[in-house]
Design a protein around this ligand. Structure first.
Ligand code: 1GP
Length: 255
């Protein structure tokens, strides 16, 4: 036994990249964009500077659909393919890693820890790298807030968000994800990102409602370490909105 097991390959890569500045992850829903379609979005996204592909989003993605998307994406890009899980049934060994996330503010203990107890042996047997992450749903929370039975953090409750995020860090989680919900009319407030960033030493991931440079710039200025976008590519492909987000991230990285 070692007190601090070494980081896995994906986390080492992310740590190296994060040391050079903020990153962008592209979330692709394999139910909406299966197999080769997921691969083609991933290829375009990575060419524009996205640093990882997250696969997930819908409820009820089967292992088969996840596996085919992960396999196709892996064959076309050289960045990590990470499952954004919805439950143990959507895990597939074709991916590199899984966000092993606890929904910190869910009233449903299944989403805080019980599903994890069922999923952990599966994650190990599939050889997926688990990335420990505290997932915090901020108002409005959208569908994930509802399905996840979240006590959403109010948008002006900076102390509440900071408390949860710091607790996640103290529990040993290595990332915190501030989630406004997919398709949120506005992203997490930049003042909240700034407050959480200031209190933590682990990376802060921000997602939900980021559709263009206009939303991305203040979040990056507030210190967000990773921006996640999903809907914008599902709805508009690699158009102006997505390109705008990526150009802000590249600018924040000094490139
Ligand atoms: C959802 O944070 C992600 O979990 C992405 O949200 O679909 O609004 O980009 P969008």
């Amino acid at each position: 036994m070692s007190a601090n097991p070494p980081l896995g390959r994906v986390e080492r890569y992310l740590a190296q990249e994060l040391a050079r500045g903020p990153l962008h992850f592209t979330l692709i829903d394999p139910d909406k964009s299966p197999g080769e379609r997921a691969a083609s979005i991933a290829k375009g996204a990575v060419a524009l500077g996205s640093s990882a592909i997250l696969l997930g989003g819908s409820t009820g993605i089967s292992r088969d659909v996840m596996g085919r998307a992960a396999g196709a994406v892996k064959a076309s890009v050289n960045v990590p393919v990470i499952i954004f899980p919805e439950g143990p049934d959507s895990l597939a060994p074709e991916a590199d890693a899984v966000l092993f996330m606890s929904m910190l503010n869910s009233r449903n203990l299944d989403l805080v820890i019980r599903v994890h107890a069922r999923a952990a042996p599966l994650v190990r047997s599939m050889g997926l790298e688990p990335i420990p992450l505290g997932y915090l749903v901020i108002a409005p929370g959208m569908r994930v807030g509802e399905v996840g039975q979240a006590d959403t953090v109010d948008r002006d409750d900076l102390a509440g968000a900071t408390g949860y995020a710091l607790a996640a860090q103290f529990l040993g989680m290595r990332y915190v994800y501030l989630e406004a919900g997919s398709g949120a009319p506005e992203p997490v407030p930049d003042a909240m990102v700034r407050a959480v960033r200031k209190a933590l030493t682990i990376p802060v991931v921000v997602g939900g409602g980021i559709r263009s440079a206009t939303e991305a710039a203040p979040l990056l200025a507030a210190g967000a370490n990773v921006l996640v976008t999903g809907s914008v590519t599902e709805e508009e492909g690699l158009g102006e909105g997505f390109r705008g987000v990526l150009s802000e991230v590249r600018r924040a990285r000094g490139g």
